[in-house]
Ligand binder design. Structure first.
Ligand SMILES: NC(=O)c1ccc[n+]([C@@H]2O[C@H](COP(=O)([O-])OP(=O)(O)OC[C@H]3O[C@@H](n4cnc5c(N)ncnc54)[C@H](OP(=O)(O)O)[C@@H]3O)[C@@H](O)[C@H]2O)c1
Length: 293
């Protein structure tokens, strides 16, 4: 008999799949909220696990149609949400997904007597709040904090999946890096972060900032990617002002893409070093990706 039921929103994403696995392995009954159930069945490109067999129930819903989220939390003890817009998708906005989609889940959870809501926002939100993806996350965090719902907000640095994008560029033999690449980051593996998220279900902590065990400059993170591939690093540094100019022009013609670019520019411009947690190393992650080639 499983102890508690959890709704995982964003279950098909990088973090979501690791979280499904962690909850399931700790004996929770998992209801996965996804747009496309097929995505749960295969391993992801950043080694996120296939979780279709670990899920007890699959619920199909889309944050851009709030009626599909109604009743999602019925019979659930805990809601975990990493449902968020991380790449451009037509004209869908961060406000629709990160703020209003999660707010609809919160309202549903309040009406269904859910005991706890765990939400994944970002680290350094106070320094990057002028970026739309961050402010949309934080509008939801404000809703959560001002509600009567017991909650935890997880504030992670970059995920290994973002470093996976660097790895893909290194595979092509040449990398463009915004700025001097001297800012520091301690990225975290999805499985390490998932353990922190599930621990949060069992503790009473309002906010948890979290990064991985190793801190690198951005230059070092990409050099490691080249090394794992056995290639000589070839990095072209793009001055920040060019990034800003490109952002301005993109904003005129493609707002969704400009939103993603503005987050990348903001993150490249500052240190993102959160309290170090977890045990998995970026070097090993790159080696595993290289072994798939
Ligand atoms: N990546 C990072 O470095 C990082 C760092 C800090 C915080 N975060 C935040 O952590 C969260 C998870 O990040 P991630 O990297 O795991 O993202 P991800 O892989 O893109 O996963 C996002 C999840 O949200 C779902 N989703 C997107 N739009 C939706 C919609 N309209 N309706 C329902 N579900 C929708 C996605 O479904 P589909 O699979 O159908 O697309 C996916 O399951 C995001 O909110 C992100 O902003 C990320």
């Amino acid at each position: 008999m499983k102890q508690q039921k959890v709704l995982v929103a964003g279950a098909s994403g990088y973090l979501g799949r690791h979280v499904v696995k962690e909850f399931a392995e700790r004996g929770y009954s998992v209801r996965a909220l996804v747009r496309n159930p097929e995505k749960l069945a295969a391993e992801g490109e950043n080694l996120e696990p296939a979780v279709a067999d670990l899920v007890d129930e699959v619920l199909t819903g889309d944050a851009t149609d709030l009626s599909t989220l109604k009743g999602a939390t019925k019979g659930v003890d805990i809601v975990f949400s990493c449902m968020g817009l991380t790449k451009p998708q037509g004209n869908i906005t961060n406000e629709q997904v990160d703020h209003l989609g999660n707010r609809a889940l919160l309202e549903d959870a309040l009406s269904n007597g859910v005991k706890k809501f765990i939400y994944v926002s970002v680290f350094n939100a106070e320094k990057t709040h002028d970026v739309e993806v961050v402010s949309a996350h934080e509008r939801f965090v404000e809703d959560l904090k001002s509600s009567s719902m017991p909650h935890t907000v997880i504030r992670p640095t970059g995920f290994f999946s973002d470093m996976g994008m660097f790895f893909s560029m290194a595979r092509s033999g040449h990398m463009f890096l915004l700025g001097e690449g001297t800012n520091r980051v301690n990225p975290i593996h999805g499985a390490d972060l998932a353990a922190i998220c599930v621990d949060a279900a069992e503790k009473d902590v309002p906010e948890i900032p979290a990064g991985g065990p190793d801190t690198y400059t951005f230059n070092e993170t990409v050099t490691l990617a080249f090394e794992a591939l056995g290639k000589k690093p070839w990095i072209t540094h793009v001055p920040m002002w060019i990034g800003d100019a490109a952002l301005f022009v993109t904003g005129l013609v493609n707002k969704p893409l400009a939103g993603v670019m503005s987050f990348a520019i903001a993150v490249s411009s500052l240190d993102s070093v959160a309290p170090a947690k977890g045990t998995r190393h970026l070097k090993d992650f790159y080696r595993e990706l290289a072994a798939k080639d």
